[in-house]
Design a protein around this ligand. Structure first.
Ligand SMILES: NC(=O)C1=CN([C@@H]2O[C@H](COP(=O)(O)OP(=O)(O)OC[C@H]3O[C@@H](n4cnc5c(N)ncnc54)[C@H](O)[C@@H]3O)[C@@H](O)[C@H]2O)C=CC1
Ligand SMILES: Nc1nc(=O)c2c([nH]1)NC[C@@H]1CN(c3ccc(C(=O)N[C@@H](CCC(=O)O)C(=O)O)cc3)C=[N+]21
Length: 303
């Protein structure tokens, strides 16, 4: 079976028309402010990419480059500014606990990436709505959501299973456990019924729903297993290692695997196509679509 390469643009195109038409009906346009306080070239690329695609959809975008010492004050100012509909901070800023503080400082009503503790708590607790009546959906972080949309597009989610159980029976590796992508992504997949190996530079944790627990959420347990033990077991392998030198060894992959890379560098070797059934080399364009959708959703909640 030849490998199918699925490009992010193909998945993103599912959303473009809908977003454009919704924006065109609005008198005032939603406005996103992005704060760039690091010198990450990929954050800058993301800023350029979002700027271009938001403009194409009729959405407003303003990039504010500030030294990281001034970021707190800058976020507070944007929180209080009625002209700002959404706020995005490019991470990592400090790369430690201070980043979580920044995430929580963004007003939840303007938090386009859903990284505030309010949304974070809902994501990890598998609570998908903001209100009791279930009329307003919680905001999910853009890249984890983009990966979910990609997996859905290529048929990994089984919609004949009950809602909330679409990934039952699937074993998935997520190589990255950052607070903005890898950990929330692993939680989302586990909350939909998958067995997830969350792999980072230090260890491996297993995320899975506990069928005996009264809560609907997942558990995380540390294992002594190594990547070479768990990768061969996985139906889906998702990578997000930010170093160009890192390569997922093709020899570890199960034949027919679905391989998805969200890092800005290629984490799979070119030979991945000899083994995988589906290969998604990047998801950036879907991330931008999810950013637009989240911005629209917050704007609608504000009005
Ligand atoms: N396409 C998109 O929409 C997005 C792409 N990115 C890209 O994804 C990558 C990761 O971004 P962040 O999560 O923000 O970075 P980060 O630096 O916060 O996290 C990196 C993660 O990779 C793990 N890691 C590093 N080396 C490893 C190894 N050898 N084996 C296993 N795990 C290893 C670390 O332990 C950590 O969990 C970057 O390339 C970034 O540019 C990030 C956000 C969105
Ligand atoms: N809070 C936060 N959220 C992020 O989502 C985040 C971040 N910080 N820091 C930096 C990384 C990087 N990232 C990218 C997203 C899309 C493209 C993208 O759209 N790339 C296009 C074009 C790239 C090009 O042409 O150079 C593509 O993949 O086709 C790139 C990079 C999001 N990040």
């Amino acid at each position: 079976m030849p490998c199918k390469v699925v490009l992010a643009a193909e998945v993103a195109s599912n959303y473009t028309a809908e977003i454009k038409s919704e924006v065109s009906q609005k008198e005032t346009k939603p406005r996103l402010v992005g704060f760039l306080a690091n010198d990450d070239i990929y954050a800058e690329k993301y800023a350029q990419s979002s700027s271009k695609h938001l403009a194409e959809a009729g959405l407003e975008f303003e990039l504010r480059q500030v030294p990281r010492e001034s970021l707190e004050a800058a976020i507070r100012e944007a929180n209080a500014d009625d002209r700002v509909s959404g706020i995005l901070v490019y991470y990592p800023v400090y790369g430690d606990d201070r980043d979580q503080k920044l995430q929580d400082l963004v007003d939840p009503t303007k938090d386009v990436e859903g990284l505030n503790v309010v949304y974070n708590g809902k994501l990890y607790g598998n609570d998908r709505f903001l209100d009791e009546e279930k009329t307003r959906k919680a905001i999910l972080p853009c890249t984890p959501l983009a990966v979910v949309k990609v997996l859905d597009h290529i048929g990994v989610y089984n919609h004949s299973l009950p809602y909330g159980d679409h990934l039952r029976g699937k074993t998935i590796a997520v190589v990255n456990r950052s607070e903005v992508v890898g950990r929330p992504l692993a939680a989302l997949l586990a909350n939909d019924g998958a067995k997830v190996y969350s792999i980072d530079i230090n260890d491996i944790q297993i995320y899975e729903r506990d069928p005996t627990a009264s809560i609907n959420s997942h558990t995380a347990t540390k294992t002594e297993l190594k990547p070479e033990d768990v990768i061969p077991l996985c139906d889906v392998v998702i990578t997000g290692v930010p170093t160009a030198a890192y390569k997922m060894p093709t020899s570890l992959l199960k034949p027919g695997v679905v391989a998805v890379n969200f890092a800005s560098v290629r984490n799979f070797e070119p030979e991945v196509k000899d083994v995988a059934s589906i290969y998604v080399p990047s998801v950036g364009k879907v991330t931008v679509s999810m950013l637009q959708r989240n911005l629209l959703r917050l704007f609608n909640y504000q009005h």
